[in-house]
Design a protein around this ligand. Structure first.
Ligand code: SF4
Length: 473
């Protein structure tokens, strides 16, 4: 018997089968883009991006361009968290920020030269690193530079990632005055032993004070990031963190699985592998956390994300308007994304690009008057089609054949014959239902939705390549 659609769409069953998760726990990407960033090639360069920007500019003159999304990467952090897999620069020299802002302003200028100034922005996000490494005056300088170049108004979503160790309620008030209306706190875990083991000590009381202040300041949406699978975590200790987060009641919660890949991420070598929880403990933590959030009235949005029922993300999920971009789930329609700053990723039309990953290369390109693009990819027709299928799975848990067939002029069963065959074990395991005109991810299947999406990923053919990604749980 098929499950009621409302249940499938909104709430997964709060029961996890360990055997099922183990069986489908293949390493896989998070699909904030398709193709994923590791497929970008260096043959794609600044010239290619210039062309894509110019084409967009022509479209905007003809009234065909939708609003933009902007992402600004601030790479600096005062100290290193041992679990970190981000592109960051650890330094206590805050004067380095000034040189970086000079470079960002040059980059903004080069983008606007191609794009024309005054383009409407629906979404602006400051990420890092730690955006709050910048002083209040530096944050203001950057926001003003962006406001001069783009049209950012009270309807634009402006969000910023906050490292609670670097801000005070007064600093939050300053962010609010600059126009930020959404805020995300990196919490990870409240247990003091876990915080010591990952070199990120931030007491519950200080995070509570900041979240209360953010609410009073009128931030529209407050997000908290948590991580399970960290050293010294136990199901019992993590249940306490889940309870404490429940008390603070952020509008959104992102619950990430820690991926221990010390060969790729140097800071992780300082984590003692013997202190990591076992696979069974990880499954227990995930299951308990999901049950805990659902029990406190949160809605399950999709991979790793929960939101209160009246939060825009939960509303968008119910209405089938959820999208996915490099920042995760979004309520904003799929729009072009301009990535600014070292290592930032952007998307313009059917192109993805990524900026230089080191500050030296980033500064060098800008000194030469060039966009600091290091690699990218121009999507083929096949990529665009598969992206539509993968994003429908990741966002709605459902692929309607008719909409894909009409938009891409293919017959699903012919084009994806091999993929339908590969779905069979998931259908038999009750993760996916094949309806006459649709693929539907079941309530249980939502937990492994990226494994379902991976079936449609042409680039993921060899198991060897898959090992580069983290595991799902
Ligand atoms: S986790 Fe965030 S704050 Fe910690 S080192 Fe990485 S980027 Fe910096």
């Amino acid at each position: 018997m098929s499950e009621p659609r409302a249940l499938v769409r909104d709430q997964p069953a709060p029961v996890l089968s360990e055997a099922l998760l183990r069986r489908f726990d293949a390493p896989g990407p998070r699909y904030t883009s398709y193709p994923t960033a590791d497929r970008f090639v260096e043959a794609y360069d600044a010239e290619d991006l210039c062309q894509a920007l110019s084409q967009r500019a022509e479209g905007s003159v003809a009234g065909a361009a939708s609003p933009l999304s902007l992402y600004v990467h601030i790479p600096f952090c005062d100290s290193v968290c041992y679990y970190c897999a981000c592109n960051k620069v650890i330094t206590r020299h805050h004067e380095r920020a000034a040189e970086y802002l000079d470079a960002l302003e040059r980059e903004i200028g080069l983008v606007v030269d191609r794009l024309r100034s005054g383009q409407a922005v629906s979404q602006l996000h400051f990420g890092g690193g730690s955006p709050t490494f910048l002083s209040d005056a530096e944050l203001e300088r950057l926001v003003l530079a962006l406001r001069r170049a783009f049209q950012i108004d009270e309807h634009s979503e402006m969000s910023i990632e906050i490292d609670p160790r670097t801000v005070t309620p007064q600093r939050l008030a300053h962010c609010r005055a600059l126009g930020f209306n959404r805020i995300s706190f990196g919490v990870q875990d409240f247990d003091p032993q876990v915080q010591l083991a990952v070199h990120r000590v931030q007491p519950f009381e200080s995070v509570r004070e900041l979240m209360l202040a953010a609410r009073e300041l009128g931030f529209k949406s407050i997000n908290a990031d948590l991580i399970y699978g960290l050293p010294r975590q136990t199901p019992l200790s993590f249940a306490r963190t889940v309870q404490q987060i429940g008390e603070l009641r952020p509008d959104r919660i992102a619950l990430y699985a820690y991926a221990h890949l010390p060969q790729r991420f140097k800071p992780q070598r300082r984590i003692h592998a013997e202190e990591l929880p076992s696979a069974a403990q990880r499954v227990a933590m995930l299951g308990d956390a999901i049950a805990g959030f659902l029990g406190r009235g949160y809605h399950y949005i999709g991979m790793d994300h929960f939101a209160l029922p009246d939060d825009a993300l939960a509303v968008a999920k119910r209405q089938g308007r959820l999208h996915r971009n490099f920042q995760g789930y979004s309520t904003q329609p799929d729009c072009d994304l301009i990535g600014l700053g070292v290592s930032s990723i952007g998307k313009v039309g059917a192109n993805y690009y990524q900026n230089a990953k080191t500050l030296d290369e980033y500064y060098d390109a800008l000194r030469q008057g060039q966009l600091p693009v290091q690699r990218g990819i121009a999507l083929t027709r096949d990529d665009v089609l598969r992206r539509a299928v993968i994003m429908a799975l990741m966002c709605q848990g459902r692929v309607e054949f008719e909409s894909i067939e009409l938009a891409h002029l293919v017959r699903m069963h012919d084009y994806f014959a091999r993929e339908f065959e590969a779905l069979q074990p998931m259908i038999e395991a009750g993760l996916v239902q094949l309806e006459p005109g649709a693929i539907q991810v079941t309530a249980t299947g939502w937990y492994v939705v990226r494994a379902v999406a991976m079936v449609f990923d042409r680039w993921l053919q060899s198991d060897k390549l898959r090992e580069r990604f983290s595991r799902i749980i």
